[in-house]
Ligand binder design. Structure first.
Ligand code: GTP
Ligand code: MG
Length: 199
């Protein structure tokens, strides 16, 4: 995919505030602090577009990025961050589901991120299961792989494959590892769904 333009469109705290401009969605899902916003920046080759943070649970909104004025990248709030009041957590987990349901027809692709250094959690498994029922087969990105050596990476990929299936891609927002592969899959998902002339 040739990125001609990428811009932040809006932060949404309620699913009904979603943007209405046409175009399919690619959604980014994963535990809080796993590196969703960082990977979005890497995929779009723009360092500061998506806000990243050392503090887990920072992105409590869904953030919409308009790419090539043709499709959406949707940075969903991270799930599974324990250190917030249950009510807050329910609100934003409800919003994740709300947005996925409301934009069901638009969603053509997704990236589910897991941290290469930890085995997928119960929440990751249930998210995967939920997406399966929803009808979305996400790209599974095993990110922060730069923190592991070659052996560790292979091990991590195997663990993720076992837990979540799919064809996990070792990735790193820091080094760009896996970015080409992720784009290749997203290209396939987006093909024929946007109206810009792509070659
Ligand atoms: P929430 O919005 O809170 O759910 O977090 P997020 O999933 O968007 O994570 P974010 O991109 O903000 O990254 C969290 C932290 O991990 C930041 O300090 C990033 O710099 C770091 N990080 C993200 N991806 C990578 C990676 O591939 N390698 C390394 N070494 N660090 C990373
Ligand atoms: Mg984020």
């Amino acid at each position: 995919m040739k990125i001609v333009s990428a811009r932040f469109d809006r932060s949404v705290f309620r699913a009904e505030d979603e943007p209405k401009d046409p175009g399919p969605d690619v959604v980014f899902l994963g535990r809080s602090n796993v590196g969703k916003s960082s990977l979005i920046n890497r995929l779009l080759s723009s360092r500061g577009l998506a806000r990243t943070s050392n503090t887990p649970g920072r992105t409590q909104s869904a953030n919409f990025y308009r790419v090539n004025e043709a499709f959406w990248f949707v940075d969903l709030p991270g799930y599974g961050f324990a250190k917030v009041p249950v009510t807050v957590r329910r609100t934003w987990e409800g919003m994740i589901e709300g947005i996925l349901q409301r934009r069901r027809e638009r969603i053509v692709g997704g990236v589910l991120l897991v941290d290469a250094r930890h085995a997928p959690s119960e929440l990751d498994r249930s998210m995967r299961e939920w997406l399966r029922e929803f009808g979305l087969d996400p790209v599974i990105a095993v990110t922060k792989a730069d923190k592991l050596s070659g052996n560790g990476r292979a091990e991590a990929r195997r663990a993720v494959l076992e837990a979540l299936g799919g064809e996990p891609i070792l990735a790193s927002a820091a080094t760009g590892l896996g970015v080409k592969e992720i784009w290749a899959r997203l290209d396939l998902a987006l093909r024929g769904r946007t109206w810009t002339s792509e070659s």
